[in-house]
Design a binder for this molecule. Sequence first.
Ligand code: MV4
Length: 664
Amino acid sequence: MFSKILIANRGEIACRIIQTAHRMGIRCVAVYSDADANARHVAMADEAFHIGPAPSSESYLKADRIIEVAKKSGAQAIHPGYGFLSENTRFAEACETNNIVFIGPPSSAIAAMGSKSAAKAIMEKAGVPLVPGYHGDDQSPDTLRKEAEQCGFPLLLKAVAGGGGKGMRVVERMEDFDDALAAAKRESKNAFGNPDMLIERYLTQPRHVEIQVFCDRDGHGVYLAERDCSVQRRHQKVLEEAPAPGLSEETRKAMGEAAVKAAQAINYVGAGTVEFLYDVDGSFFFMEMNTRLQVEHPVTEMVTGQDLVEWQLKVAWGDPLPLEQAQVKTRGHALEARIYAEDPDQDFLPATGTLRYLSTPDENVHVRVDTGVTEGDEISIHYDPMIAKLIVWDETRDQAINRMVQALEHYRIAGVKTNIRFLHALADAQPFREAELTTGFIEDHRELLFPKSRLDLHKGLVLAAGFLLEQRKSREVVSTDPWSPFGRQNGWRMNSEYAQPMHLLVGEEVHELKILERDDRYQVMVGGSIYHLNCKLDDDSLQAVINGHRISVHGNLHNHQLVLFYEGDTFQCNVFRETFGAEELAGEGSLEAPMNGAIVAVQAKVGDQVTAGQTLVIMEAMKMEHAIKAPADGVVTDIFYAEGDQVSEGAELIAIETSDEEAA
Ligand code: MV4
């Protein structure tokens, strides 16, 4: 077996590969860009080499540099993961030329699947079912028109050079054909540099069912069941599962055997995926073959009990396949949800930022988390916005769905927008439970997938108040005399009729709460209602009883922004500074901007002697003003911004030399 391999990738897949390699006693070399110097995959590897700036075109796609690192480090093989160089024939060839094993298929197999029409011709010859249509070289409009007539309508024009749904066009009637053809050719020429088209009968309600195949160097092939990846958004998979619900044993076998034939037809070696369109009547048709390990491979691992990365390493080393077809068994049901940094409410716009709070569900036989990030990491614009894959397993699909819903509720992220709430709604949606799996699922069920908040406004505000009050209490015990009922600051007294006001900003609106505390219970008045609140905070976990209903939430307070996590949903608010005393909120005493915002006023000049607590700069963010105050007596030595400037969270606004420093 290899003793040292290089992983030419980053993020969760690099971590995933390192994990198996280490379990097998193989040393791992990582590569990283400027943006990933402190990334998890670098920390996990035995050694790591810097390969360039953050953009992948200057780092993870630099084939020559990566091969150089492999040689320098003595790695015997390169695992490309998925994406980046995984399906790059020249890279696979370059590995071969440099006597480094490419952990993937021969470059010829990658090349064979590069053109849709060539792939279809190979599959036709191998006896793999194809969607009826035309995939010939003759691209004259007359021939295409004739073929269209023969194919029937509706039909689909697909770019020969396309992939992932790009360059496709549905044509409903012959009258529309010429215009559609011209437009599709133009588009494909622009997008792929190749205007050639193929014609297929258009299946209106297909499912995406794919077979995991494996071949060894002796030409033996097996299939490891199938995955249903029908739930997609703009050709991005969202939820995947294994096995495909409702697939008969006969179809599974026929599809599996067709997939192995497809792989063998191109002398495949290693892990591959053959994608099929699966029609309502149980028929299936070859769509394309992916010549790499796929993102969604864990669901196959969960139902087969096999480690596909281990299989890849063994096959690349030249070992025979670990199992024969008859030994491949599946058990139970697995689901995978892709957790993305994106905003479902803004048409899934990719989100960036710092994962300032990250708490994941416990892993066990039912729950697996594949991720490449840890708390404090940055989700940047440079790479795919996937934060993690959440994979669950149970004996039945219905139980697996329950596991997924529960695990999503235990996945808590603050600092970056995510699709967790959307995934929760999706997994929990009745049509999904009923396995109504079509490629149009998300479009067809929008009303179910963007539900209203699971916490109504008042409950959210009351819980927020409870969290803030309890957190403050837990901090005060340390700093003040716990025996004195009047030892607390800000005019807050226990056992009095004095109602503490609190102002919380939700969206654009400020809500005033009035809070009475008596015998460790609270009465919270908000919007004319009174809530009886009893709560206990343990670290970030709040157990609250509101009017006799016990609810548990988790919370994270950062720079006045409070996020509560409840049943896969979040409730967010901003805490007005005057709600609490000056010392109590994080960031106080710092001369950094507590959040992104604008400078409203600068109230000091360089050289000014200032005293502790004196306001130096006023910022505005999210409709609130924030005073940046001197943490101690001192002299202003520098001012970095002026009135009207926009500043980012964490930016240093002003520098002072404190009297202490002078003395020292
Ligand atoms: C199709 C089809 C219907 N009929 N081909 C989309 C991606 C590309 N690889 C193939 N795709 C499709 N090909 C015929 N003849 C519908 C799709 C399709 C689709 C397929 C799988 C998963 C999601 C999809 C979403 C839209 C369209």
